[in-house]
Design a protein around this ligand. Structure first.
Ligand code: UTP
Length: 626
């Protein structure tokens, strides 16, 4: 015992800790002898930050010693993963909880106005010009997928990026994203005649909830054609939960030696990119753009080329992708906020904050539509394009820390206790909050049918969404892909039947012809125009899959299923009347556990009755007509 005390005294003096600092916490004091210097320093930090309750139940040394040490392993991780440490986290929590209790409005003193940006119309000359500029810039881009979210609303047992984006080809979101990036890389390289680097990097932010399954998905599918060295996984850590307004850390109900933790939000991506050194690697490789995107938007890459073209033409430091927004629709609005003290920022204002902010600042009608029939504030879809150089400069100042918020659910109006523990959160789109007024922050608005159909809700919640609002379910996400492809083909003159309305998992959706193409077939509208010729028609019950860079469709009249697969060097022309029994959508009950989850979650399965399938595996030129 004497030697333990002796060594503890030595450790304390090495740490410069004097006096009876642990005397008020006798259960900790008794255990100092089993702790390392690093653990003692962390214990002191916790006491200094008013966390004595964490040690109240600690038994004598010799009992649960391993658990006590693993408690400090966790504290050490929480301390290291938060910019400026756990002490700063608790201080920030106290400040934000006090503001929340006082009902302080974060936008106090700011006046909203509509920022400037680019509103694009799919398929016109302007759109084509931006698409071409975007493809040209793609070889100077790095992509960042934020995929650490738990997806509680979706309730899917796997990771969200492993879900099929559509069930005609069964391509999962991650595969679709990677194939889109690879197709962009190749198209960009061709356009710039290989002047730039040829590998577009992809960083994926994961969390403990998604990391190992994301890695496994990549490894078991040979990275979907990407070089493993092109992909970097960055794992975000969770943050400590808080039990009260004093920022007391919450003890895990199942393990008294663990602090409860929860995700900190996608805003972590900035600190992780910065601390990993990846941004400098990209900068040194001559890259210019960083594109952030989310886990389940199957339409996103329809918008990427043109939006990147806007970033480069307008020299935007920050470009937020947006869609037209109906007043009061539950997506945030991109808003310019100007403060009397000179501060100015262009940021996303959440839909529930926009209306009160507008009313409080002289807009008597609040969040209302303008003469266009839409809100003048574009709807944020949380896909950002940042220019790398100014991004690095900004992160050097902030370390990547993003302004946080707290959202406690109070027990009653006294706001003194919570229904359950809370934590600080941060959002990726709040990055522009710290930028100087000179920063060029803009937006690019795209048609919603073209750019945005995320999968966020489980079937039951999606079925409860009021009519006219988006379901954001696996069903609606898949149908949106067919609709977008049908509308794009209509734009080049293909006669596509109107959709029929059908109900799957209690959700009424438009069912268009199931038209799917791989990114290497077409990335831009110009690609589609070049590969469709003559007079074509596709009936509503039809399915068409185009997989191959040089597949040309001419004078096709399709009523059934047509699948075309071809290798790179083959040129395949397909046309004529194609008629067969086709592929049929069959209802599946969401609750039928005998059906795989990824199928029943969308409420239908595809019965592949009959198709005309062309597999062209040799180089050369060939024409097919039935
Ligand atoms: P969502 O808003 O879809 O949140 O995140 P979520 O946590 O995934 O799902 P719910 O709210 O529990 O239903 C938007 C994007 O941000 C990522 C998600 O993976 C998704 O791509 N995200 C979210 C993170 O990477 N980390 C987080 O801590 C939270």
């Amino acid at each position: 015992m004497a030697s333990e005390l002796g060594s503890t005294t030595e450790k304390l003096s090495q740490l410069g800790i004097n006096g009876d600092w642990a005397a008020s916490t006798p259960n900790l004091q008794k255990n100092l002898g089993i702790l390392s210097s690093h653990q003692i320093a962390l214990a002191k930090l916790l006491l200094d930050m008013g966390q004595t309750h964490l040690f109240e139940h600690w038994p004598e040394p010799g009992i649960d010693d391993e658990e006590k040490k693993s408690f400090f392993d966790q504290v050490s991780r929480l301390n290291a993963s938060y910019p400026r440490g756990l002490g700063a986290y608790i201080q920030n929590a106290r400040r934000l909880l006090a503001d929340s209790k006082a009902g302080k409005n974060p936008f106090d003193g700011f006046t909203p106005s509509v920022p400037s940006g680019e509103v694009l119309k799919f398929g016109d000359d302007n759109f084509a010009k931006f698409e071409e500029a975007g493809v040209r810039e793609s070889c100077k881009a790095a992509f960042v997928l934020v995929a650490g979210g738990l997806g509680e609303r979706l309730g899917y047992n796997g990771i969200k990026v492993a879900l099929p984006s559509e069930s005609t080809t069964g391509t999962c979101f991650l595969q679709h994203y990677i194939e889109s990036i690879l197709a962009l890389q190749e198209a960009s390289c061709k356009l710039t005649e290989g002047q730039s680097q040829t590998e577009v990097p992809l960083a994926i932010m994961t969390s403990d909830d998604t990391h190992s399954r994301t890695l496994e998905l990549l490894e078991s599918n040979a990275y979907f054609g990407m070089k493993p060295s092109q992909v970097k996984l960055l794992k975000q850590e969770k943050v400590a939960c808080l039990d009260d307004n004093d920022g007391r850390l919450a003890v895990d109900a199942k393990n008294k030696y663990r602090i409860q933790t929860k995700p900190h939000g996608h805003g972590d991506v900035h600190a992780l990119l910065y601390s990993s050194g990846l941004l400098n690697v990209w900068h040194d490789a001559g890259l210019k753009w960083v594109l952030f995107f989310q886990d389940t938007n199957g339409l996103l890459f329809n918008a990427i080329p043109a939006a990147l073209g806007v970033s480069s033409s307008k020299q935007y430091h920050v470009n937020s992708l947006a869609v037209p927004r109906k007043a009061k629709e539950s997506i945030g609005g991109i808003t310019k906020l100007t403060h009397a003290d000179g501060r100015m920022m262009v940021i996303n204002v959440e839909y529930n904050q926009l209306d009160p902010l507008l009313r409080a600042t002289g807009y008597a009608d609040g969040d209302a539509n303008c003469e266009t029939g839409y809100s003048p504030f574009p709807g944020n879809i949380n896909q950002l394009i940042l220019e790398l150089d100014p991004y690095i400069k900004e992160l050097k100042k902030t370390g990547g820390a993003i302004e946080e918020f707290v959202n406690p659910k109070y027990k009653d109006s006294s706001k003194t206790s919570f229904k359950s523990s809370t934590r600080l959160e941060c959002m990726m789109q709040d990055y522009p909050k710290t930028l100087p007024p000179s920063a060029r922050v803009g937006f690019t608005v795209m048609d919603k049918w073209l750019a945005y159909a995320p999968v966020k809700n489980n079937p039951e919640d999606a079925a409860r969404v009021p009519k006219g609002n988006p379901n954001h379910s696996a069903t609606s996400g898949e149908m949106a892909i067919y609709r977008a492809h049908s509308l794009i083909l209509r734009k080049v003159g293909v006669q596509i039947d109107d959709p029929v309305l059908q109900v799957f998992n209690g959700q009424e959706v438009e069912v268009w012809s199931r038209i799917v193409w791989k990114p290497k077939w077409a990335l831009t509208f110009a690609d589609v125009k070049n590969k469709i010729g003559g007079s074509c028609s596709i009936s509503q019950r039809s399915t068409m899959v185009l997989n191959g860079p040089n597949v040309f469709i001419e004078d096709l009249s399709l009523d059934g299923a047509l699948i075309v697969n071809s290798v790179e060097d083959a040129e395949v022309k397909v046309g004529g009347p194609v008629q067969n029994k086709g592929w049929v959508l069959e209802q599946v009950d969401y609750k039928d556990a005998s059906v795989p989850e990824e199928i029943r979650t969308r409420g239908f399965k595809i019965n592949k009755i009959e198709q005309w399938e062309l597999n062209y595996t040799k180089p050369g030129s060939v024409s097919f007509k039935p």
